[in-house]
Design a protein around this ligand. Structure first.
Ligand code: G6P
Length: 615
């Protein structure tokens, strides 16, 4: 959470910083701010509550002009969204800091600094950093030395950008836990929380390692590792395009991204399927040189770790993996896994799933796994060069393109595609029945077209969503692998429409949720033509006979008749192997249209952020 941008150039940097902030807004959008060093070597700052546009409007009437600056968009952790809590934070009117992360020991540091006479303007954990730097500088250190010296005082996670009006020719950055990247220009250099922020100005990047500090000038980057030794880091040329961040004809990024799913799925499949085999597309090796194929042969247990929507993708994959192989698979949310003791397992493959590759809990869980020991770690991720891919032995990329809407859609379905590819490779390594492998391939090849056919039901789903405008609660039901599909449907609805929604395995209805059923509680369910269809139909009758109103996405073969209290949208015939992927799509659209009708901020729902880089 929180986005950082910085620039040192031969031209005024304010526009570059504001464009960068807009592109980072998915990380937080409750307030924004910017600080520059002007031609008179004075530090100037402007901040505004709300989205980046509020800051832009302020700057129109009161422009800040300078060749060096830092900027920030905030997702509040310590201190409510308010101008005084917005970054950059300033000390003694001469040093400014932007920060992403959380300083866990800020209370102790704050008391110490207060006792020394420092006055605090904000309720943030960040303000201690800028005063600590000021203190070190006033004792005779230059800015780089000051930043390096205070790092030992900070506990927690941080990515920092620091400027001082005494040193107008460079900015200092530091990274521990939270991501930070340097963008390389010609006679100008930049920093950002991710490369998206900097794509308008460069496509050459240096990713900071944990513990790194750097001094960034117009022509020079001096990097230091965690021990303070001078170090070189690779320059990475990115092929990412800026275009994917444009809305085009769509009103919201979420709608656009839902409709991009056929292409995103196709891109994730391209070159990875032959007629009768999955092509190895897992990159990397283990520390002792084992390839993915060797690891997949040896693995006798899988642990999937993820958060949010990615966690739901993991839950669906468990059904697939355990039904097609003899490899047991556990799935757990990262925030729990990281603090739970697990016995080391020799032949355990740990899979982390993440759209961003920067989710703090997932990264911490991976770190823990590496300490406990396992056969290998593999990340399924949408962002090349993200922290997760760099920390894992193996990587299998999803190729969804940039996802801007906070509610994940195309990243989720492409994760499911990647998980099926991984399943296929695992089956090949375990010498599973060839017919079963080919069955998986046949299903995947039909997937982009089937998703397109579901998207054709857009208008019918929009009409259905009108029924949800005045609802406060909703219940989602599914059986088998459709249960996590229902969980994802409920998450989508609550994230963007703020309707309280819960998901249950349909067989559990009678153990509690049936008590909630009345005509005010819409019940949404997905009914593909699978072995559990008849069981599901019995559960739906239990609901209907108690006056519940059902909204069902059903296979024609389900033969559920339209009657009072039953609203059905018929789905195309879908192979069971890919049903969970295809049936996720109408639930995305239902949430989307409900949110649009309710007038919520679809792409930036309240209190949330797309990339959760704090614990
Ligand atoms: C946030 C986002 C979700 C996402 C989750 C995990 O909560 O709003 O859309 O599913 O983080 O993110 P990751 O990048 O690890 O998939």
């Amino acid at each position: 959470m929180c986005g950082i941008v910085g620039a040192i150039a031969q031209r005024p940097v304010t526009e570059i910083l504001l464009e960068g902030l807009s592109r980072l807004e998915y990380r937080g959008y409750d307030s924004a701010g910017l600080a520059i060093i002007n031609a008179d070597q004075h530090l100037q700052r402007e901040r505004a509550v709300g989205k980046v546009v509020a800051l832009k409007n302020k700057l129109k009437s009161k422009p800040l002009i300078g060749l060096l600056g830092i900027a920030h968009t905030r997702w509040a952790t310590h201190g409510k969204p308010a101008e005084r809590n917005a970054h950059p934070h300033v000390s003694n009117n001469r040093i400014a800091v932007v920060h992403n992360g959380i300083i866990e020991n800020y209370e102790v540091l704050r008391e110490e600094l207060k006792a020394e006479g420092y006055q605090f303007e904000s309720d943030t954990d960040t303000e201690v950093i800028v005063h600590l730097i000021e203190k070190a500088e006033s004792q005779g250190m230059n800015l780089l030395e000051a930043v390096m010296s205070i790092k030992t005082r900070l506990r927690g996670a941080y990515a920092l950008g620091v400027i001082s009006n005494d040193e107008p020719d460079h900015l200092i950055i530091a990274r521990h836990g939270s991501p930070l990247v340097i963008g390389l220009g010609l006679g100008e250099n930049f920093i950002g929380s991710d490369i998206q922020a900097l794509l308008p100005v460069t496509n050459r990047f240096i990713y900071l390692e944990n513990g790194d500090t750097a001094q960034i000038s117009r022509y020079e980057i001096a990097l230091y590792d965690v021990t303070g030794e001078s170090v070189e880091r690779d320059i990475v040329q990115s092929n990412a395009s800026m275009g994917s961040c444009e809305l085009g004809e769509y009103r919201h990024f979420m709608h656009k991204e839902i409709f991009e799913q056929p292409q995103a799925i196709q891109a994730t499949l391209d070159g990875r399927l032959e007629a009768d085999a999955f092509v190895n597309c897992i990159s990397g090796t283990t520390a002792n040189g084992q390839t993915a194929q060797q690891v997949l042969k040896e693995v006798d247990e899988i642990q999937i770790i993820a958060c949010g929507t990615s966690y739901h993708a993991g839950l669906i994959a468990r059904y697939w993996i355990e039904s097609m192989t003899d490899v047991p698979c556990n799935v757990e949310v990262a925030s729990e896994y990281r603090y739970r003791r697990q016995p080391p397992k020799k032949n355990l493959l740990v899979i982390t799933l993440s759209q961003s590759g920067e989710t703090a809990d997932t990264l911490a869980a991976l770190e823990k796994v590496k300490q406990t020991g396992c056969l290998a770690t593999l990340s399924i991720c949408n962002v090349p060069e993200s922290s997760l891919t760099r920390e894992s032995d193996f990587t299998l990329m999803t190729l969804a393109g940039a996802e801007i809407g906070v509610a994940s859609t195309k990243a989720f379905t492409t994760q499911l595609v990647a998980l099926q590819i991984l399943l296929g490779l695992l089956m090949q390594a375990k010498q599973a029945d060839q017919a079963k492998i080919e069955h998986l391939i046949t299903g995947l090849k039909q997937l982009p077209l089937l998703v397109e056919q579901v998207l054709d039901r857009d208008t019918a789903i929009e009409t259905m969503a009108e029924d949800f405008i005045d609802k406060n609660n909703a219940l989602f039901l599914g059986r088998g692998e459709q249960y996590p599909v229902a969980m994802e449907g409920a998450l989508k609805l609550k994230e963007i429409s703020y309707i309280h929604a819960e998901a249950y395995p349909a067989g559990e209805l009678k153990h509690g949720p049936l008590a909630l059923v009345d005509n005010e509680m819409p019940i949404i369910t997905v009914a593909p033509n699978t072995v559990l269809l008849e069981k599901l139909k019995s559960n739906l009758e239990e609901v209907r006979s108690r006056g519940g109103v059902l909204y069902i996405f059903a296979d024609k073969a389900a033969k559920i008749a339209k009657q009072d209290n039953i609203h059905i949208i018929e789905m195309p015939a879908i192979p069971e192997s890919i049903a969970a992927i295809v049936y996720s799509v109408p639930l995305q659209l239902l949430s989307y249209y409900t949110a649009v009708f309710k007038g919520t901020d679809v792409d930036k729902p309240r209190n949330l952020a797309k990339s959760v880089t704090v614990e």
